[in-house]
Design a protein around this ligand. Structure first.
Ligand SMILES: [Zn+2]
Length: 420
């Protein structure tokens, strides 16, 4: 039996060497086999640099097999002679199968059916046969009929008029980059949030405007912890769903060339955001929470921003009513960034939480808040600014969770009474 995997070999006799060098896993073939005429099992490790292979006999030679992280596709096998530790990374199912056979071999319970016993037959897998980690599909005829290799880490499907995302993609648990730009996709299945390793998702030049509000639930779940880049430009979107505020790790967000009139009140919750662009839309005002962002660059050119308004227009600070228990609990849930979805909360509560307003201090509020309009100097939140209006002040629509937050903004108004 053999598996294709990534292996880092550490020599315990040279610990300083192992520590000083970064752990670089090498694409390898790991074969468990037995000489036809002997009863002895062995493991042979092949790689591009080690074409002849290193042989590790099993009988009395396995110091330890560490399988605690086998469910993540990782394990370590320690041998007595040579004193090598093999740090193995592989597809979870392949690895578990290999460990099962290894256990049986160590217990000497292996059957003829479980292993093809010929060490002579074991050859390293050729480079062309190694399961690919990247796939680019630019023609309809290239779309795989029998599904995608499970080892894929990067998948590009472009310009082939795909209308949806099939289950084969949802099951690619190693996927880091998914590029489905230039297709006819109308909505993203909620299960996409199961891709725990997905870091970049490009869904630009599609027709996501046809998604119903519920069909945006893929924004959240595990993607909250992994997704760094999202590109939804050129999708004819008239709004951006509130669920986007759950993608806490986003560093790059591209909303260019849509028909967006307003942004979610909680967009300022994306604290890791560094590059934000929403040019060529119909924005008239930005949400007040955007004041919390510290960006490398912002591009909001070609929008419909209103004439700058007097700071603090709208309300005077006034006492707020007492929060209901529901509002108080919901503020705590969002403040703690707890992950919620329709599976662990009633849908009405999920909707309630998704529709939170966000104070300029970053806290959520629901029914108890004050609201007024202010101006924001874009240079205060971004190092580089692209906008189509001169002095780069932009109107913001502010919510205040408390009298204290509102009073602070009101005091600032007297310092900067009117911009322009
Ligand atoms: Zn506040």
């Amino acid at each position: 039996m053999k598996i294709v995997c990534n292996v880092f070999v550490s020599n315990r006799l040279l610990p300083s060497l192992a520590v000083s060098r970064s752990r670089k896993h090498v694409k390898s073939t790991l074969a468990l086999c037995k000489h036809p005429k002997s009863e002895e099992y062995c493991i042979i490790l092949f790689s591009g640099q080690n074409k002849n292979g290193t042989k590790y006999s099993l009988k009395g030679n396995v110091k330890q097999v560490l399988t605690k992280f086998a469910h993540e596709g990782k394990c370590t096998i320690q041998f007595n002679k040579p004193e090598h530790d093999l740090f193995i990374q592989s597809d979870v199912i392949q690895l578990k199968g290999f460990l099962h056979i290894l256990k049986r071999a160590l217990e000497n319970k292996i059957s003829q059916n479980e292993l093809t016993y010929s060490s002579m037959a074991v050859t390293p897998v050729k480079q062309k046969d190694i399961a690919p980690t990247k796939l680019v599909i630019a023609k309809r005829s290239d779309y795989p009929i029998r599904g995608f290799p499970r080892t894929l880490e990067e998948l590009h499907i472009n310009d082939i008029q795909r209308c949806g995302i099939d289950r084969g993609i949802i099951n690619l648990v190693n996927l880091r980059i998914l590029d489905l730009s230039n297709n006819w996709i109308e909505f993203i299945p909620e299960d996409l949030s199961n891709l725990t390793n997905l870091k970049e998702f490009n869904i630009s030049h599609n027709i996501l405007a046809r998604s119903t509000p519920k069909q945006w639930n893929w924004m959240g779940g595990n993607l909250s912890k992994s997704l760094l880049l999202l590109d939804v430009s050129y999708n004819e979107l008239t709004y951006i769903p509130n669920q986007i505020c759950k993608l806490h790790k986003l560093t790059t967000l591209n909303l260019n060339n849509n028909l967006i009139k307003t942004l979610p009140a909680g967009i300022g919750n994306l604290r890791n955001l560094k590059i934000f662009s929403a040019s060529n839309n119909f924005l008239v005002v930005l949400p007040g929470s955007i004041k919390k962002l510290r960006l490398h660059s912002i591009d909001i050119s070609n929008n419909n921003f209103e004439q700058c308004i007097p700071n603090g227009a709208g309300v005077f600070p006034k006492p707020l009513p007492v929060c209901t228990l529901k509002e108080y609990a919901s503020r705590k849930v969002l403040g703690a960034r707890l992950i919620y979805f329709s599976g662990n909360l009633p849908l009405t509560l999920v909707n309630y939480l998704d529709n939170a307003k966000y104070c300029v201090c970053g806290k959520a509020c629901f029914e108890v808040y004050l609201r007024s309009s202010h101006n924001l100097l874009l240079g205060n939140i971004a190092e580089s600014v692209s906008s189509s209006f001169g002095d780069m002040y932009v109107p913001i629509d502010c919510y205040f969770c408390s009298l204290k937050c509102s009073s602070l903004a009101y005091q600032n108004r007297s310092r900067h009474p009117i911009v322009r």
